[in-house]
Design a protein around this ligand. Structure first.
Ligand SMILES: [Ca+2]
Length: 306
């Protein structure tokens, strides 16, 4: 019979939780002060002036503005410099607020900050392809500090290769992040030797099939050919690590239609051709890998009219 212990159970509170709570309480108090200060002065200090402000928490960035191209996988952002100018260590939070539809990779940075220490964190800034070009502002908060970072959103580049999948919105059943995002399969780089440099998609559900990788067109497109580049390098040949079986599907008339089926593939590149079909989206449904029950790997996925 199992042994039963009697008496009250005292939960062990994680140390990190206690510290977060303390930071939250301090933030609430200092937040009120920040609102009063902002109301009094009607503006906040520019990015470069903030670090010279009185002690305690400091906020700064490595750039005075961020240029954003609204396409998947664009590498753009800034370095957040979050410091403690006080004489004792603190746990503190910095908030990075981006106006919709902009998003940031780290909306909250929580950290232990020894006295005199400045934490440096790289923040990625992203925008969907339908973001109106123009000026935006990211607001950074920490304690009583507020910092405004101007953002300039440009236009979506024009593809000149005929590849209908470039600069479109992409999604996947799962992503093995941060190294193998879905957008890596639409970045214009077909080279498998760059596999570990975010230029390919690898799902995150090892051993589970099917997976899928999708591109959604900004307006209906006529698609008659799909080129799929699976992982194929000297180190990782397609016959051992690449995709073996998959379906090419188009969303036409509101429903998914299978236009091509590939089975038993061992090549690095496969062209699937079919009667040109007007579609709002394209997806590849992966069914098996040459490695066995592991992962789906696509270095680049391209779509053409014919
Ligand atoms: Ca790629």
């Amino acid at each position: 019979m199992p042994t039963m212990l009697s008496g009250p159970t005292v939960p062990i509170r994680p140390l990190t939780l206690v510290r977060r709570t303390a930071a939250a309480l301090r933030r609430r108090a200092l937040g009120v002060a920040a609102v009063v200060l902002l109301a009094a002065f009607g503006a906040v200090a520019p990015a470069q002036a903030a670090t010279s402000a009185p002690p305690d928490l400091t906020l700064a960035t490595d750039v005075d503005h961020v240029d954003v191209t609204p396409v998947p996988c664009a590498q753009q952002g800034f370095q957040l410099r979050f410091g403690n100018a006080g004489s004792s260590a603190v746990y503190a939070d910095a908030f990075v607020d981006a106006p919709a539809p902009l998003t940031v990779s780290r909306p909250l940075v929580s950290s232990y900050l020894p006295a005199g220490y400045t934490l440096k964190v790289q923040i990625q800034v992203s925008a969907p392809s339908d973001t109106p070009p123009g000026a935006y502002t990211i607001t950074l908060h920490a304690g009583s500090r507020t910092l405004l970072l101007p953002v300039r959103v440009g236009r979506v580049p024009v593809d000149t290769t005929g590849n209908l999948a470039r600069y479109q919105q992409v999604s996947a059943s799962s992503e093995n992040l941060p190294t193998y995002p879905a957008c890596g399969a639409f970045d214009g780089d077909r080279d498998s030797t760059h596999w570990a440099a975010t230029t390919g998609w690898n799902d995150a559900t090892k051993g589970a099939f099917p997976d899928w990788l999708q591109v959604t067109f900004d307006h209906p497109r006529q698609v008659g050919r799909v080129d799929l580049y699976t992982l194929d390098s000297a180190k990782y040949p397609a016959a051992a690590y690449g995709l073996r079986d998959w379906n090419v599907e188009l969303q036409a008339g509101g429903a998914w239609q299978t236009l091509a089926q590939v089975r038993g593939n061992t090549a690095g590149k496969v062209e699937s051709t079919f009667p040109a079909t007007t579609a709002t989206a394209l997806r590849v449904v992966t069914l098996a890998s040459n490695e066995g029950p592991t992962y789906s790997r696509i270095v680049e996925l391209e779509a053409y009219a014919a």
